[in-house]
Design a protein around this ligand. Structure first.
Ligand code: NAD
Length: 473
């Protein structure tokens, strides 16, 4: 088994607080030990990053590009082993884990090749004024358990590309693939530019209040994001907060249900529904409600639930026992108030945290399953009559990550989508992301964006250079 260690100042070291078990959700049993860092080790990691920043901030674009492309080459070469590790710690099927690794490669290469612009505001005989972008310093990355490898890439790579040094803190539920990612990066970077500390409860909050950290990029739940923001106030840390979502999708009358059901199902159950911008509330016009339900149930029946390392398995377990309990509780609540649970709806009677794809009808706004982020393999399908009314219901959420409108008339669907209160509005698709398109939420789903040039610039601070010409002093 791989020997997992922390990486601080270019050295692989054990955790001063021993180790903790990482559980395979397909068995519910521990399969590896992860080092538990002490707070002193966190301080050492921050100090190392600060020391390395003195020279990394002055590194050339070519040096950074070359290091990141070499790391991407290694990720590609080691993709199979990385993907197997992701399956074991996270639960998703191997093919999906492979796409997570290859997504990480694509995001790394895209960021490596981006240019950080200098904006020329004025160049006249009297003066030259330009807006420059500088790295921030030490960036801390705090990541969740749903896409552990890819989200770590989203945080770490643009931070490095912009000339920052990084301390990574992955979720204690899925720390191992990030430990491997950081090892790969460290091979190609000067000592201390990238560091990682892993630990259980209380470790994240020590990061948020740490005076040596200049920015936190955080992906996780809204309550934790609020706590990060409170802690960050101590030294005015810059923040990117990618938080929870409860994305609505509106299916307009006259839609081609048979033609769209595959995409709707995939968007709702991506990664067993454990995706921030998964489709989490499906509103269907009354004229096509039963047709959509039947199509979704048929589609759900084709999933093969099981251990993601087994051939032919297409649907893995929920990642952890707590999340599984929440999913089961929300479905029970819906059942109690008279909802129709059309398929799934019970934990599988076997070891591991398995819950099959579940379609729930006859629920509505105000019901817990509709109002709360389920973050699991359950889709509530809600009937509506009037388009204006359904738009208001979609927007009534405190969340604002993504949303979508589906229908035969692209223009009408786009016009409605533009009125969604969300950071991303998709038409005839949902949860589509790519390296060059800025992504982020509004309202309680957070602020700041990732991806694209806008995402890269979040890891910089501005400096205006104002030069008066014709020096007479
Ligand atoms: P979480 O908030 O419980 O944990 C996220 C990370 O924060 C973990 O590394 C955790 O150890 C750490 N943490 C816990 N308490 C902390 C504290 N007080 N201070 C600092 N860090 C702390 O979230 P989760 O359960 O791992 O992930 C699921 C949530 O993440 C869902 O709500 C989902 O919607 C959201 N998410 C959002 C996006 C997005 O891009 N918007 C992407 C993925 C997941």
């Amino acid at each position: 088994m791989h020997d997992f260690q922390l990486l601080i100042d270019g050295a692989r070291v054990p955790g001063d607080n021993g180790a903790f078990a990482v559980i395979n959700p397909a068995s519910g049993a521990p399969f590896a030990q992860c080092p538990a860092a002490s707070l002193e080790q966190l301080n050492s990691a921050v100090d190392a990053a600060r020391r390395a920043f003195a020279s990394w901030r002055a590194s050339s674009t070519e040096q950074r590009r070359s290091a990141l492309h070499k790391a991407a080459d290694d990720m590609e070469r080691e993709a199979e082993a990385l993907a197997r590790l992701i399956v074991q710690e996270q639960g998703k099927p191997l093919a999906l884990a492979m796409s997570e690794v290859m997504g990480g490669v694509a995001w790394t290469r895209y960021n490596a090749d981006l240019e950080i612009p200098v904006e020329l505001i004025e160049d006249t005989p009297r003066q030259r004024v330009e807006l420059q972008r500088k790295p921030l310093g030490v960036v801390a990355s705090i990541t969740p358990w749903n896409w552990p490898f890819m989200i770590a890439v989203w945080h770490i790579i643009p931070a490095l590309r912009a000339g920052n040094c990084v301390v990574s803190k992955p979720s204690s539920l899925t720390p191992l693939s990030t430990l491997r990612l950081v090892e790969i990066l460290d091979r190609h970077l000067p000592r201390g530019v990238i560091n990682i500390v892993t630990g259980e409860q209380g470790f994240g909050s020590a990061i948020t209040t740490h005076p040596g950290i200049d920015k936190i990029v955080f992906t996780g739940s809204t309550p934790t994001g609020q706590s990060v923001m409170r802690g960050a106030a101590s030294n005015l840390k810059r923040l990117t907060l990618e938080l929870g979502g409860n994305d609505a999708a509106i299916v307009l009358p006259g839609s081609d249900i048979a033609g769209m059901v595959e995409d709707v199902f995939a968007a709702a159950f991506l990664n067993m529904g454990q995706t921030c911008a998964a489709l989490k509330r499906l509103y269907v016009h009354e004229s096509q409600y039963e047709e959509m339900l039947a199509a979704l149930v048929e589609r759900a029946g084709r999933e093969v639930v099981g251990d993601g390392l087994e051939a032919d398995v297409s649907f893995g377990p929920v990642q952890n026992a707590e999340q599984l309990a929440l999913v089961a509780e929300l479905v029970e609540d819906a059942r109690r108030i008279g909802a129709r649970v059309l398929c799934g709806g019970e934990r599988l009677a076997r070891e591991g945290y398995f819950y099959p794809p579940t379609i729930v009808a006859d629920v509505t706004d105000g019901d817990r399953l509709v109002d709360e982020e389920q973050f699991g393999p359950v889709l509530p399908v809600i009937v509506y009559g009037a388009v204006e009314d359904v738009l208001a219901r979609a927007n009534a959420s405190s969340m604002g990550l993504g949303g979508s409108v589906w229908g035969p008339d692209e223009q009408a669907a786009s016009a409605l989508a533009a009125r969604l209160e969300s950071g991303v509005a998709w038409v005839n698709c949902h949860a589509q992301i790519q390296p060059n398109t800025p992504f982020g939420g509004c309202k309680m789903s957070g602020f700041g964006v990732e991806f694209g040039l806008e995402g890269l610039l979040e890891f910089t601070t501005q400096q205006l250079l104002f030069v008066r010409k014709g020096n007479k002093s």
